[in-house]
Design a protein around this ligand. Structure first.
Ligand code: AMP
Length: 630
């Protein structure tokens, strides 16, 4: 076994040799002619000329050796369902779904928006799309109609796939009416909407001629076998929207071959899960973790994945550990927020099940604080691995590598650059590398390794502008602050931009501000992230009203706050709901009119507001202080 250092060095110094070897972990219908083409920086093509298919690698390839082994374990503690699909059964369901999509005229390159709860059909739908070479875009179920409409207009889908409702805490969360609303808001609504009806919503509106019932269509294709559409490695597999610094989300475009190779390699080197074993990621299919490590990674590896619909605390806080025991989970992947939720429960739940099968717990999505890390390490008595990545990269950038050489953990550090990533910490001002121990911006020297975003959907310029134009040298910016210590351990210190992280979910404050501004009483608004003991950060809004006398009436402030929060929920969904909205007579701004968000954030957290040399109106600081009561 090589040391971490040798392994990483080889990936950087001999990328063609290194990735050429990794590429052998997947099936190629036609082998690549060239490992890498970097003739048009920063665009990089991987495994050029190779033909493959994600669905074939995730499903068909395993039929010969493991047809009767578990592939998908579906558990819903909301509807009390538990079902294991073998690779053979998964193959059948994916073929049925693909045949349904084909019967609606879906072809290679067409886009499909999937807006679904955590049910098995969501995974079948995703795999059916890539089987046909269609490009899926899964939108997180917590997003509302406006958000969905923005994504529809960007992706211009031929079809949408949805469900009547998700379930949360025993209650149905209706989805279908949001799809209806988004279709009427969008300029480019899909021709057809395929509906998986779980029977959770009474009197659901159906649009004749557009809405199709999946169960009826499936019944017509029970024995379908849909041939694989082979794709050149660099053809797109999916679009996943993520928040940026503008109000318009970015469509992260993923390739096909590079992604498959990257995921296959991580299952072995990073998550250390063998074919035939089970890995459980507690995320949602609407996020990147769900794409890479609920849907694709395990299946490409011939391992079983768990799709869990429900809360970590229902029926009780032992439920995840029961799942680990029952399905002999080897590696588990969750978020610090979820662990903080478990930490607040009775510790007896941590001891109720035999979880000796579990070897590693991986956490990502937000900073892992030391008390949480120590608590979960003590409770599980196994390595708890903090690792760092982004929607853009699709797989980890910083981590420890149990499958190669597991270095000792350092609390608060997500470890070292993962193979393939040439990572530096540079000065925001000079673009030069900072000395060890100094804070700087975490960047990746391009080209990005296989599986990272190949561009922003439909907008190559934005890809270059957003990610590669911050410094004089062409470098991929993560937009995260970082420090590298004397021994090479990295530490992430938060975002350099106006993106906040709520319970591991990335939200653009600009999007929330735009939603608040849709309330007619609001003249201007600043949204910031404020530290929260469970969720890491929560959004908080500061509004200036068009007519401040609106607040004169008794009870007006609370009513207006409720209304503004309701507006965000209506437009963006519960996930973006501000924790509080305060009303002020002035917002701290520079003389040129730029909001001083970092100062507002500092004041809201009771800290020093920092550099105020450009502040226009000192009174505005008092306004914020008064509003937050510091
Ligand atoms: P997303 O693309 O939504 O997954 O969000 C990615 C962002 O989450 C990163 O840019 C970081 O700001 C943050 N993040 C992800 N993983 C970690 C981690 N292990 N430690 C600290 N921050 C993290």
């Amino acid at each position: 076994m090589s040391s971490y250092e040798d392994f990483h060095r080889r990936s950087i110094e001999d990328p063609e040799g290194f990735w050429g070897e990794q590429a052998q972990m997947i099936h190629w219908h036609k082998p690549p002619q060239k490992v890498r083409d970097y003739s048009k920086p920063p665009f990089c093509k991987w495994f050029v000329g190779g033909e493959t298919n994600l669905c074939y690698n995730a499903v068909d390839r395993h039929l010969a050796e493991r047809a009767n082994q578990p592939a998908l374990i579906y558990i819903s503690t909301e509807t009390d369902e538990e079902k294991v699909y073998t690779f053979a059964e998964l193959h059948r369901e994916v073929n049925r779904f693909a045949a349904v999509l084909q019967s609606q005229g879906l072809q290679k390159g067409d886009r499909v928006i999937i807006y679904m709860p955590m049910i098995a059909e969501a995974l079948f739908a995703v795999l059916a799309c890539v089987r046909l070479g269609a490009v899926h875009s899964v939108v997180f179920g917590g997003f509302a109609a406006y958000n969905l409409a923005v994504r529809i207009d960007d992706a211009k889908p031929k079809l949408m796939i949805t469900s009547d409702a998700g379930m949360r805490g025993g209650k149905a969360v209706p989805y279908k009416h949001l799809v209806d609303e988004s279709c009427s808001l969008a300029k480019f609504p899909p021709e057809k909407v395929i509906l998986i009806n779980r029977g959770l919503v009474k009197d659901m509106a159906i649009t004749e001629g557009r809405d199709l019932d999946y169960a009826t269509l499936r019944a017509q294709h029970m024995d379908a076998e849909v041939p694989i559409t082979w794709l050149e490695s660099n053809e797109p597999s999916y679009i996943l929207y993520t928040s940026g610094t503008t109000g318009i989300p970015k469509g992260v475009q993923r390739d096909t071959g590079g992604y498959a190779v990257a995921l296959a390699s991580t299952m072995k080197h990073l998550y250390a899960v063998n074919p035939g074993e089970t890995m459980f990621a507690t995320s949602d299919i609407g996020w990147v973790v769900g794409h890479s490590y609920i849907i694709y990674g395990q299946l490409i590896n011939g391992s079983a994945t768990i799709l869990y619909e429900g809360l970590p605390t229902r029926p009780d806080a032992g439920i995840w550990w029961k799942i680990v025991q029952d399905y002999k989970v080897r590696s588990m992947f969750s978020s610090p927020t979820a662990i903080r939720v478990l930490k607040s429960q009775d510790p007896k739940y941590m001891r109720m099940y035999d979880i000796s099968c579990l070897r590693y717990l991986f956490l990502a999505g937000e900073p892992l604080d030391e008390p949480t890390s120590r608590w979960i390490t003590d409770s599980l008595q196994i390595p708890v691995i903090d690792h760092y990545w982004q929607t853009e990269t699709g797989w980890p950038m910083l981590s420890y590598l149990p499958g190669v050489d597991l270095k000792p953990n350092r609390f608060g550090s997500p470890g070292f650059p993962v193979y393939g990533y040439d990572i530096k910490v540079i000065s925001e001002g000079t673009g030069e590398e900072v000395p060890r121990g100094d804070k700087g911006v975490l960047v990746v020297v391009p080209p990005l390794p296989p599986g990272c975003l190949s561009t922003v959907w439909g907008d190559d310029k934005r890809f270059v502008q957003s990610y590669f134009s911050s410094f004089k040298e062409m470098l991929y910016t993560s937009s995260d602050w970082a420090v590298r210590d004397e021994d090479g351990y990295f530490f992430i210190l938060g975002r350099t931009d106006d993106v906040i992280n709520v319970a591991g979910h990335r939200l653009g404050t600009r999007e929330i501000e735009e939603a608040i501004q849709a309330h007619s009483a609001v003249a201007e608004v600043a949204v910031i992230g404020v530290a929260d003991s469970v969720k890491g950060q929560v959004p908080v809004g500061f509004c200036r009203l068009r007519d401040p006398t609106l607040l004169d009436e008794p009870g007006a402030e609370a009513r207006l706050e409720k209304e503004v929060i309701g507006k965000v929920q209506e437009l963006l969904g519960a996930v973006a709901k501000p924790h509080r909205v305060h009303f002020v007579n002035a917002l701290p701004k520079t003389r040129s009119g730029k909001l001083l968000r970092r100062s507002i954030q500092a004041l809201a957290e009771g800290r020093d507001p920092g550099d105020l040399s450009t502040l226009d109106d000192p009174n505005s600081l008092e306004e914020v202080r008064r509003a937050v009561g510091h």
